[in-house]
Design a protein around this ligand. Structure first.
Ligand code: EPZ
Length: 427
């Protein structure tokens, strides 16, 4: 199994091109199920989760082929054509779904297009119990009949879905995506209130509009969808990954470095930029993205994760690593997931001083971290260990690197190109 070895202490400088966003790409790929014409997605990142979704879609009958070279128009990602001419299977089996819980996002499109979907319940994961009750409630409101049997969500709508008003009791990214996609092919109008406003949802909505969907209120907390009889093919470019960008911004800040993040949009990461500036990081807009630099010791700042436009939970672990050597203390509160502190015992093994009290962790900045063998437990936790390794004295070995490969494209190559002493070692 691969490990990542980092020798800390190198100042990072240079440019990093940000890849297409994984969390935008996955629902966009599922949207291909809504039409019998090809959906071409440009700038798809090359990640394990993208391959998992491609395998699932192929299983359902989607024909996936390359559609253009990598590097076209300055993007690093691939372009794929996804053609669901005919849905040949309406079951997303346990074996495929357990590998990636985001697979559940095929439920809405499959049901809307075929009148039936059987999707394995994803189960819990390392960061929380993560139920799917909101996906089920929303689709039920659109007229689906849903049974939970044998570990599967069995959804039927033999006469098609019907538009309705649904108020999400709490904000959910995945449930918003599922219900939005289903509403596009429902009969009549759907009003979806208290929807998630993450940029990845806005990206999905724009793609659906390009496919012929009628959606109002894009970017707000209420989406109004006029159902259409059919959607058609389209070409859509996946937005840049704001979480990857935030992670590299923190790498620049921690190492006292200077990195230009190419392809990112400031308005997608204002809450992160504000916190970094408050901590002492310099951030300026450039023609191609953002330049992040730092020449002082950072100050401890308090952070609370919230749905967009708040500070993203997907950068909470990395922020903890950033604060671990800041001057003073910082309180980091996780309000989205109940168990997203798995990185803390590993950071503590590198000398970080962090105590968890309920949903908050208190980080008392230390003078330095020391390299150690550490274990990745989930995607973002792994990223925080890589960040800590970049500034730790000596060698850090991060094992279970497959977690990182789910969401960061060639992380060691991107950091090494900016001067980090980092390599992947096949053990
Ligand atoms: C998406 O997960 C992202 N995944 C996550 O990114 C991200 O952390 C999360 O949104 C929050 O921003 C993808 O986009 C593929 P939610 P999702 O439904 O959709 C509860 C990463 O590292 N909830 O917004 O699963 C849930 O338990 C990943 O890239 C219900 O109670 O998140 C959680 O506490 C990890 N019932 C909260 O809502 C439901 O039916 C928010 O979850 C659904 C969710």
């Amino acid at each position: 199994m691969d490990k990542i070895r980092i020798r800390g202490g190198k100042r990072l400088s240079g440019k990093i091109r940000i890849s297409g966003a994984k969390n935008a790409a996955l629902p966009l790929m599922a949207a291909s199920l809504l039409t019998d014409e090809p959906l071409v997605l440009v700038n798809l990142p090359q990640l394990a989760d993208i391959s998992t979704m491609a395998n699932l879609l192929t299983h359902l009958g989607v024909d996936i082929s390359m559609a253009g070279e990598t590097g076209k128009d300055g993007h690093t990602g691939r372009s794929l054509s996804l053609h669901a001419r005919e849905i040949t299977d309406t079951t997303a089996p346990y074996d495929l779904v357990r590998r990636m819980r985001a697979s559940v996002v095929v439920l809405g499109p499959l049901l809307a297009r075929s009148g039936h979907a059987r999707v394995s319940l994803p189960g819990g994961c390392a960061i929380g119990t993560r139920p799917v009750d909101l996906h089920i409630k929303g689709l039920t409101q659109l007229g689906a009949e849903i049974d939970l049997t044998g570990g599967y969500i069995d959804a039927k709508a033999p006469n098609g879905l019907v538009g309705a008003h649904f108020v999400f009791p709490t904000v959910s990214v995945g449930a918003t995506e599922n219900v939005l996609m289903a509403a596009c092919l429902a009969k009549g109008e759907s009003v979806l209130s208290n929807v998630a406003r993450e940029p990845e949802i806005t990206d999905l909505a724009h793609c659906l509009v390009a496919m012929g969907a009628k959606i109002g209120g894009i970017g707000s907390d209420t989406l109004i969808v006029q159902g259409v009889e059919r959607l058609h093919g389209a070409e859509h470019t996946v937005i840049a990954d704001r979480i990857e960008a935030g992670t590299y911004a923190m790498a620049a800040a921690m190492t006292g470095g200077d990195i230009e993040l190419i392809g990112v949009q400031l308005d997608l990461m204002e809450s992160v930029v504000d916190k970094l500036i408050e901590a002492g990081v310099k951030i300026e807009k450039t023609d191609q993205g953002l330049r992040v630099s730092c020449d002082t010791r950072l100050r401890g700042v308090d952070v609370m994760t919230e749905p967009f436009p708040g500070f993203p939970t997907d950068l909470q672990a990395q922020m903890t690593a950033l604060m671990s050597t800041a001057d003073g203390a910082s309180m980091i509160t996780e309000s989205i997931f109940e168990n997203r502190f798995m990185h803390i015992p590993e950071l503590a093994r590198m000398g970080a001083n962090v105590t968890v009290h309920g949903a908050s962790s208190l980080v008392r900045g230390v003078g330095a971290l020391t390299g150690a063998p550490v274990m990745a437990t989930d995607l973002r936790a792994s990223a925080s260990l890589v960040l800590a390794g970049l500034i730790a004295d000596g060698e850090t070995w991060v094992s279970r690197v497959y977690h990182i490969d789910r969401g960061y494209e060639r992380i060691e190559e991107k950091l090494a190109a900016c001067g980090a002493d980092i390599e992947r070692v096949d053990e």
